[in-house]
Design a protein around this ligand. Sequence first.
Ligand code: DC
Length: 228
Amino acid sequence: MISVAIDGPSGAGKSSLAKRLAKELGYVYVDTGAMYRAIGLYVLRAGLNPGDCQQVESVLNQIQIELRYQDGAQRVLLCGEDVSEAIRQEQVGMATSALAAYPSVRAFLLDLQRNMAKSHNVLMDGRDIGTVILPNATLKIFLTASATARAKRRLLELEQKGEQATFETVLKDIEQRDEQDMNRKEAPLRRAEDAVLVDTSDLDFEQSFTALRDLILQRVAQGQAKEE
Ligand code: DC
C-alpha cells in the first residue's frame, strides 16, 4: 500500500491540495482534522467545555465517527449524521484545537486512522501523521507557509463564503492555533526528520500542486525501481 503523510499548520493548503492530489492519483484522501473536528462539534453541542479534559473524556464512548466517500469526496458522519459542513465553523476549529491536545482523544482516533492506511492507498493529512500515525509512510511532506500568507488565504475563503472577518482577527486565530498545536505535550505539530519541507508562501495553488505531485510520483517510482 502507498501512504503519503502530509502534516503542517492550519491554512497551509493541506486539505485542498491533498483532495486534488488524491483525485489525480486515485488514492483515498483521509482528512484526520475532520475526525478531530467531529469530536469538537459533539462536545460543543453537548454544552461541554472543550478546555476541560474530564468533561471531554466523559463523552468519548458516546461518539461514533465514520468516513464515507461520495463521488470521491470525503463525508464525515458523527453518530450517523453527516456533519461535513457543520464541522467547518470557526468556533468548532477553536474547540477542536483545545481537545486535540488530550492523549485520550488522540488514542481514540489512532486505530481509525491507521486502519484506513492498511486497506487503501492513502493521502492522509493532519499534524502527527508522519511522526505518530504512519511512521513508515511511503512519503512524508511537511507543508507550511508564513502566518501572514495563511491568514490572507483564509480571509479570502471566508469572504467567498459570505462570512465577515478582518485580517487581524484571522491572523490572531491562526497564531493562537499554531501555538496550541505546536506546544502541546502530546503529538505536537512538528516536522518528522525524514519529511520533505514544502513552503507554499510564495507558491500559488497550481505551483504547490505540481510540486507535491512530482514529489509523490518520484518517490513511488523509486520504490517500484527498488522492488524490481
Ligand atoms: O486541519 P484542521 O484545521 O481541520 O484540524 C483541526 C484541529 O485538529 C487543529 O487544531 C489540530 C487538530 N488536529 C490534530 O491535532 N491532529 C491531526 N492529525 C489533525 C488535526
